[in-house]
Design a binder for this molecule. Structure first.
Ligand code: CP
Ligand code: NVA
Length: 300
């Protein structure tokens, strides 16, 4: 695997291989077995947006694998003063063994991959968040044991998380439903692709979409970059919350996931969040293991 730009580029087999590697690396980490597979390798971490989980798990992940990482805020890079991404890609390719980038425009990530000669990993764009969804799938498999026939329901904004969850869920054989207000649907091309599987639905009706779910998932109503719309979004998304009523129509053993950061009493009630905190923080931990698996696949 050369890059991780979006999940659509990966086959089911490649995704499962990443999950298997992540499970193995998690086992080794828990048992103190070293795995310095990327000894001497360097990874640049370009951030144009904030991060807790992605930054820390990539930095710790590179350390665990025997390599090193460089945190590169785009505010401090010349990219923040207008140096074009095509030149940045060609320069950084001369120094580094790989780049993880978190930015706004998916095209910037694609341009880094086109002009650079080293692996590029997408650490979130407005379009998708593949690293997060690999950790989510790893967590679903840990709790449920399999994917085929399982129903994942996403409640909320049709955003970067939704786009990647649809692609990952459908590729692994799950049924995926999305409950979102009209006008806030996920990417139209992704929905068209997903619909061809016969296992996808999207509607403004939360209860209808959540019915019989094995996994309930939500994310913030206003993503990074949408701060100015936050108040208006609070009104639009008022009914798009994971709460006791939504859990009642789901399977009795349904799990609840959230990519975090969470806004309690907005997209999820505190009560549901705390009742499902074990799986939510296992999911956050799995970012580390899943990302190490991606690094091994791309950089080794
Ligand atoms: N879920 C996630 O990507 O978290 P951060 O924004 O903290 O990296
Ligand atoms: N949709 C959120 C995800 C954060 C991990 C955002 O883009 O801000």
């Amino acid at each position: 695997m050369k890059n991780l730009l979006k999940l659509m580029d990966l086959s089911e087999k490649e995704i499962v291989e990443i999950l298997n590697t992540a499970d193995q690396l998690k086992f080794e980490k828990k048992n103190g077995i070293p795995h310095r597979l990327l000894e001497g390798k360097t990874l640049g971490l370009i951030f144009a947006k904030s991060s807790t989980r992605t930054r820390v798990s990539f930095e710790v992940g590179m350390f665990d694998l025997g390599g090193m990482s460089l945190f590169l805020s785009s505010r401090d890079l010349q990219i923040g003063r207008g140096e074009i991404v095509q030149d940045t890609a060609r320069v950084l390719s001369r120094y580094l063994d790989g780049i993880m980038i978190r930015t706004f425009d998916q095209k910037e990530v694609e341009a880094l991959a086109e002009f650079g000669t080293i692996p590029i990993i997408n650490g979130l764009t407005d379009y998708c968040h593949p690293c997060q969804v690999l950790a989510d799938l790893m967590t679903i498999r840990e709790y449920k044991g399999n994917f085929k026939g399982r129903k994942l329901c996403y409640v909320g904004d049709g955003n970067n998380m939704t786009n990647s969850l649809i692609v990952g869920g459908i590729k692994l054989g799950m049924e995926v439903s999305v409950a979102c207000p009209e006008g806030y649907e996920p990417d139209a091309e992704i929905m068209k692709w997903a619909a061809e599987s016969g296992r996808f639905s999207c509607s403004p009706d939360v209860m209808e979409m959540a019915k019989g779910s094995d996994v309930l998932y939500t994310d913030v109503w206003a993503s990074m970059g949408q701060e100015a719309e936050a108040e208006q979004r609070k009104r639009v998304f008022k009914e798009y919350q994971i709460n006791d009523k939504v859990l009642e129509v789901s399977k009795s053993d349904a799990m609840v996931l959230h990519c975090l950061p969470a806004h309690r009493e907005e997209e999820i009630t505190s009560k549901v969040f705390e009742a499902h905190s074990r799986e939510i923080f296992d999911e956050a931990e799995n970012r580390l293991h899943a990302q190490k698996a991606v690094l091994v696949k791309c950089l080794l």
